[in-house]
Design a protein around this ligand. Structure first.
Ligand SMILES: [Zn+2]
Length: 421
């Protein structure tokens, strides 16, 4: 039986790899073809210079070519972790290190999970370093220094231990203490935990990495406040973030629920945009709030979690899964194996989640257009963002359907035109 499990996993794992590679190749071909034909999409024709178009194609191609290798490398890491004897070695190491009295406690399980997490992050470091200091720097986006980069990583590690440690401890405890239906208890706990994170993230965690300031007074703020009043959005929740500290990429997002909700604008975005465009971006973000998109997204993820935990609850008592990877059956080993083995299956959920996310983007655009009574500022803002960020103007439709959480700029502008005409 263990061999059958390994066989099925390897088939699914290879399939995921092939799908990922094929999508990437399709995207590369599409960009090359459009670049050779100088096929700038209609909405961008007078809005992007020849140089900017060329640069955006080069940027996309550089990232996609690197993706080929990072994809292969990531696969090797997972295979090594699963089949290289690392997991049993870790297990033994932790048992040897812990005092006898803790050898069978949840502490051991927590350490095992955290150690696997640490190995995975360490392994992804070279990929991340090259993306940041290689590609992003080459195209003038990276503003991070090595010291800032590593202090970010260190903070991430500390948060991982401080938040992930207790979280894992409770999950492992529930798995052991609440009997057959532990997975329902775990579901309730994880959902509440996520809710707590959504509430504390903007106020307690994000400020550790960035400065958030209320927008400075001026025409933009006055008009935003008027807009917020019209929509019914509590206007103290609009913040400017020093995104330029790390990257020249510009962005805006809406996060949090209830009183913790806030709209965050990158300083890079404000610099690049006219007041009309900035207002359109804010109206779009307020649209996310108005239509309760955070809640709807959580509901979808909750559903996936519920099914995932149920499957895990069946797996926990199935000995061959453990022996397939030379591990003794335990709850913490089940957690780690489940998260490593489920990748090739959850991979197919990504396009579904993205589909919902893209639906939300269309709705927020629509909201902005209707609220402002015109579509032009939203269109201009989108064009501006796309050009400044050197976003891919001509993604392959399969690739974007699979990977994009936002519709392509061409799709979005097309939808805006359909509302306004
Ligand atoms: Zn949005």
């Amino acid at each position: 039986m263990p061999n059958v499990i390994i066989g099925i996993f390897l088939v699914l794992f290879t399939l995921e790899f092939v799908v990922e590679l094929v999508l990437n190749e399709l995207n590369i071909r599409q960009v090359r073809k459009s670049r050779a034909a100088q096929a700038v999409p209609e909405f961008f024709q007078d809005r992007i210079s020849k140089d900017e178009y060329e640069q955006s194609a080069r940027y996309t191609l550089a990232k996609s070519r690197f993706r080929r290798w990072s994809e292969v490398y990531g696969r090797i890491v997972i295979l090594f972790l699963l089949f290289g004897g690392l997991l049993p070695l870790l297990e033994n190491l932790i048992i040897a290190m812990l005092p006898q009295s803790l050898a069978n406690s949840h502490i051991r399980g927590v350490l095992f999970c955290l150690a696997v997490g640490a190995i995975l992050s360490l392994a992804s470091l070279p990929i991340d370093l090259y993306s940041t200091f290689g590609i992003e720097s080459r195209f003038g986006f990276n503003k991070t220094t090595l010291s800032l980069y590593f202090s970010d990583k260190l903070k991430g590690l500390i948060l991982g231990i401080l938040i992930g440690g207790p979280f894992l401890f409770v999950v492992l405890w529930l798995m052991q203490a609440t009997g057959e239906y532990w997975w329902i208890w775990a579901f309730v706990f994880i959902t509440l935990f996520q809710l707590l994170m959504i509430i504390i993230f903007p106020t307690f965690i994000a400020p550790w990495f960035n400065k958030f300031e209320p927008l400075a007074s001026g025409e933009l703020r006055d008009r935003i406040q008027a807009l917020a009043k019209q929509i019914g959005f509590k206007s103290s929740g609009i913040f400017l973030m020093d995104g330029s500290k790390r990257s020249a990429h510009s962005n805006a997002y809406f996060t949090g629920i209830g009183r913790a909700k806030r709209i965050v604008l990158f300083d890079t975005l404000i610099e690049q945009m006219s007041i009309e465009q900035g207002l359109a971006v804010l109206a779009h973000e307020m649209g996310h709030y108005k239509m309760k998109h955070v809640r709807r997204m959580m509901l979808m993820q909750g559903l996936i979690l519920f099914v995932g935990l149920y499957i895990l609850s069946r797996l926990v008592n199935y000995e061959p899964v453990f022996s397939a990877f030379d591990l003794q059956p335990s709850n913490h080993a089940a957690l780690v194996l489940f998260s490593l083995l489920s990748g090739p299956l959850t991979f197919y959920l990504a396009p579904l989640v993205n589909l919902l996310s893209r639906k939300h983007e269309y709705e927020a655009d629509r909201f902005a257009v209707i609220t402002l009574g015109k579509g032009k500022p939203m269109e201009e803002a989108l064009i501006n963002l796309t050009v400044k960020n050197l976003s891919n103007l001509t993604p392959n439709p399969w690739y974007s359907a699979y990977h994009y959480s936002h519709p392509t700029p061409t799709e979005r502008i097309g939808a805006i035109r359909r509302i306004t005409t």
